[in-house]
Write a protein that binds this ligand. Structure first.
Ligand code: AMP
Ligand code: ZN
Length: 112
């Protein structure tokens, strides 16, 4: 999709090195990390958020990749949180589906 920041990152047009990449997704470190580890996983194919009803195989794959990213970052055993925001009330700022993998410290217990 033209003028989509994360489409450009997925295509390798901008951004730094990828933490992980395969045929369906790309993972890269968040530009404004909220914890020692803060990595984003995005599909290569554009979709805005869960309201676009992305393919269930893709969604399942992304959760498996979340584990792989946590393993790569060395936080799979210490623990990590997977967060995904949809729309204004959730604070979504980039409208290309993304999952945050956050960890590397003891995270706050609050969810909302
Ligand atoms: P959300 O609030 O769920 O839409 O999250 C969007 C995330 O994208 C935020 O954590 C931003 O810090 C992050 N972000 C925005 N621009 C970039 C970028 N160019 N590279 C990496 N992360 C970015
Ligand atoms: Zn996009």
């Amino acid at each position: 999709m033209q003028d989509c920041l994360f489409c450009k990152i997925a295509a390798g047009e901008i951004g730094g090195p990828h933490v992980y990449e395969d045929e369906m997704v790309v993972a890269f470190d968040d530009i404004s990390p909220q914890a020692p580890v803060h990595t984003l996983i995005i599909p290569k194919q554009h979709c805005a958020n869960l309201n676009d009803e992305p393919d269930v195989a893709l969604l399942g794959h992304i959760l498996q990749v979340a584990h792989e990213v946590a393993r790569i970052k060395g936080i799979d055993q210490s623990g990590y949180r997977v967060v995904q925001n949809n729309g204004p009330d959730a604070g979504q700022t980039v409208f290309h589906l993304h999952f945050h993998v956050i960890g590397g410290k003891e995270l706050s217990l609050g969810m909302a």
